[in-house]
Write a protein that binds this ligand. Structure first.
Ligand SMILES: *Cc1c(COP(=O)(O)O)cnc(C)c1O
Length: 345
């Protein structure tokens, strides 16, 4: 007999219809291009198992991960040749694995291009670095024989400043356009979530939204189209009254000004609720429930003054609308998603 553990005291509710609606909105906003999906880092922390089938059923056909270790989780739901691995194949083991499993490496350097061809070649994608100086070949290497030898399906580049009104955007667009006729390819792809909002000239054949699928709003133009997807919730695991003058938490940073009812919530920085959340408020049915003192690894203590009827086992929600949560904590919307831990049910 196997003994099942009891349900966890924290959960990450995923609004699957919002996720599907966000992909459809980004696909529509991509105009004549189709939208793919960045599903790296376990769908930005929200779970490949939950999110990839929703994206696939919404109509998404192109999936991007960063690491080879991320392929099998996605390939359980979609054809491997529709999965692109952004870090490319940098050694023989990765190139052999790519070919065996059928996923596409995004070739990121002359070294990778040479290795790919020498290890057997075949269809691949190619990243051209138009200014972010991260991964990708420099545009002036387009004519190199090792690049010309590749069988390129999608020619990609990546915008550094798409979430800002920066001159970099037009510079990168021009550099990308200039390289397209120099390398044989089937399709072109430049824009991430924010890039989709920069205008039709940025969309090409395929867009690669990530953040906005999961509720992120990197540019105000997207705000009306994007819905919140991730809702962290946690249970009260203790409720008590503390006396005026007593302290709460590590380093005793909160001192009770009067006798007060407080609760301990099963949510801490090991779950991704970093100490930057100190001073924020949780919610229960419209009541604001402020965090008192420092965030611990596995818990926070909250002020139950406004919600006197709450008891052990009741659930609180963490306000996780990403633009507002980013303003509250100083964390980026990307960090807020990907930092979420693995103890959520
Ligand atoms: C992560 C990533 C994306 C998705 O970017 P978002 O800003 O999350 O939409 C697209 N393309 C590349 C190359 C990426 O690394």
């Amino acid at each position: 007999m196997t003994v099942e553990p009891p349900p966890p005291t924290l959960r990450l509710r995923i609004d699957e219809s919002a996720l599907a609606a966000n992909w459809r909105a980004l696909d529509r906003l991509s105009g004549s291009a189709r939208a793919g999906a960045a599903v790296k880092a376990n769908c930005y922390g929200l779970g490949v198992e939950t999110c990839v089938p929703v994206l696939r059923d919404a109509g998404c056909r192109d999936f991007f991960v960063a690491h080879w270790s991320e392929v099998t989780g996605v390939a359980a739901h979609v054809a491997p040749e529709r999965i692109a691995v952004l870090h490319g194949a940098g050694n023989r083991a990765e190139a052999d694995y790519a070919r065996a499993i059928g996923a596409r490496p995004v070739i990121d350097s002359l070294h990778q291009a040479k290795l790919w061809t020498e290890s057997g070649g075949g269809p691949c994608h190619l990243m051209v670095d138009t200014g972010i100086n991260r991964l990708g070949i420099r545009p002036d290497k387009a004519g190199d024989p090792v690049i010309q030898a590749l069988e390129v399906e999608v020619l990609l580049s990546h915008l550094a400043c798409a979430d800002e009104d920066s001159a970099m955007n037009a510079h990168q667009l021009d550099a990308f356009r200039a390289v397209l006729p120099q390398i044989r390819h089937r399709e072109a792809s430049l824009s991430n979530s924010a890039g989709i909002a920069l205008g039709p000239q940025y969309r090409f054949d395929l867009t690669r939204p990530g953040l906005s699928l999961y509720g992120g709003v990197p540019r105000s133009e997207l705000a009306a189209h994007i819905r919140q997807v991730a809702y962290p919730e946690a249970a009260l695991i203790a409720v008590k009254t503390i006396r005026a003058g007593e302290h709460v938490g590590y380093n005793a940073t909160f001192t009770a000004p009067r006798d007060m009812r407080v609760g301990t919530v099963s949510l801490g920085y090991a779950d991704g609720i970093l100490r930057a959340w100190a001073g924020a408020s949780l919610r229960h049915e419209g009541c604001s429930i402020p965090i008192l003192g420092k965030v611990s690894m596995d818990m926070v203590v909250v002020n139950l003054t406004e919600a006197p009827n709450l008891q052990e086992g009741d659930w609180l929600s963490l306000p996780y609308a990403l633009p507002e949560a980013a303003a509250q904590t100083g964390l980026s919307q990307y960090e807020l998603l990907t930092v979420l831990g693995n103890r959520f049910g």
